[in-house]
Design a protein around this ligand. Structure first.
Ligand SMILES: [Zn+2]
Length: 420
């Protein structure tokens, strides 16, 4: 659609990406640590850029930045288009920043087209967990969802707490610690976030962008232990074995079968056991292991599917324990609820995608995003993914500017249609 009209905006977007990459180099990639001076410099750059474009710039009490058309600065209710400016160490330049640049372009285009619906672009701090161990810090502070443990969490580099780092930026922690939203949340009509896709789906399907239907929640177990009985690998006949490794393999195979079944019946699920090991102090090629530990990470955008998988996991562990004479212990479960995107916003974005000349396409988000924090705070939220190669959180992430402009055009078309 109208790519000719978008050309000046494309150049602006390229300039921002280029300048911010140059401001935060780290090895082959970039680093913009959460609540650091580099993050502040990135925000200062964006503020100067926005002012030069005639936009109003405001900071909230957590030092996230808000951009708007001057006539919408004091709007009582408004839509928000935003994302985060921080990155992981030696990360890519587009994870987060793309969503902020999209918001700025929506405003600049809106200024030219006379956008009547009040829209604000939000540049959030501290989304990545790489620095303080927990994620979505800027949006949690803003929406009153930050915990005492998060404020006390030490920075991985200097061991000073998040509260200390916030204090160094002049942020008053009292309302954040009290769990007070820093803005009346009912003023936000909806939150839209453009983000690079972090998986391979859009590249494989040759689609430039997609509307996100939900952000997967998960149930996680850091270390499930299966305990059996050690023995000589040559001497113990099968019938006498209580091999925890085979028990784990049996369990994972059953979970995998269930996964396939859920997919074939239209459900959403991903399942990973990324850390697996027998005790290196006791294991040997010629020895049946005593025990094995493994992580389990089960994700779905549907709470019922997660509940089903939890039940299924425990049933199958009980069955395998009985059949093989082993014992499973999952340890504590670490849950995170799925965040469904707002149906009306998803439908509006799908229609807008159609109007940009691309067959509407939707997908689930496997990774978490600030949009989930807004959804959990009761703010209607939605996301647009942009095709991206090589995943994210690494310097090789690769988003084509033309795909980014398609994603931005979808959001613009959506907001212009919602402009009544
Ligand atoms: Zn991100």
């Amino acid at each position: 659609m109208m790519m000719d009209k978008l050309a000046p905006l494309t150049l602006l977007a390229q300039q921002i990406f280029k300048d911010l990459r140059a401001m935060s180099p780290d090895g082959a990639g970039v680093s913009r640590p959460a609540y650091s001076s580099v993050e502040t410099q990135a925000l200062d750059y964006l503020a100067a850029f926005a002012r030069a474009q005639g936009l109003a710039v405001d900071a909230d009490a957590a030092r996230n930045l808000w951009f708007s058309l001057p006539e919408h600065r004091a709007a009582e209710r408004f839509m928000v288009v935003g994302s985060h400016v921080d990155t992981v160490p030696e990360g890519g330049n587009f994870d987060g920043l793309a969503g902020v640049v999209a918001g700025l372009l929506v405003l600049i285009r809106g200024r030219e087209k006379g956008l009547r619906l009040p829209v604000k672009c939000l540049a959030l701090r501290g989304e990545e967990s790489a620095w303080f161990g927990s994620c979505y810090l800027g949006s949690k502070a803003l929406t009153g969802q930050m915990t005492a443990a998060e404020l006390a969490a030490p920075h991985k580099g200097d061991d000073r707490s998040l509260a200390d780092h916030m204090a160094a930026l002049g942020i008053d922690r009292a309302p954040i610690a009290a769990g007070q939203p820093l803005i009346a949340l009912e003023r936000i009509l909806g939150y839209v976030e453009l983000h690079i896709e972090q998986g391979p789906l859009l590249v494989e399907r040759d689609i430039p962008a997609a509307v996100v239907t939900g952000i997967r929640g998960n149930i996680r177990y850091r270390s499930v232990t299966c305990t059996g009985e050690g023995g000589h690998s040559g001497a113990v006949p099968r019938a006498y074995r209580h091999d925890p490794v085979l028990a784990m393999a049996d369990l994972l195979t059953r979970l995998d079968d269930s996964w396939l079944h859920i997919l074939q019946t239209g459900g959403d699920l991903v399942l990973t056991s990324g850390v697996v090991g027998t005790d290196p102090a006791r294991h040997a090629i010629a020895r049946i292991a005593d025990s094995i530990s493994f992580s389990l990470d089960i994700r779905s955008q549907n709470t019922e599917v997660l509940d089903h998988m939890r039940d299924y996991l425990h049933e199958e562990m009980a069955d395998i324990a009985r059949v093989r004479g082993v014992r499973f212990d999952t340890g504590p479960e670490i849950p995170a609820a799925p965040a469904l995107m707002d149906d009306t916003m998803v439908a509006g974005l799908m229609a807008a995608m159609g109007r940009t000349g691309i067959a509407p396409f939707s997908m689930a988000s496997g990774a978490g995003h600030d949009a989930a924090v807004f959804a959990q705070a009761g703010v209607p939220a939605a996301m647009v993914f942009v095709r991206n190669r090589n995943g994210s959180h690494n310097p090789r992430e690769a988003m084509e500017i033309s795909d980014f402009m398609v994603g931005t055009a979808i959001i613009s078309a959506y907001l212009e249609a919602a402009d009544t």
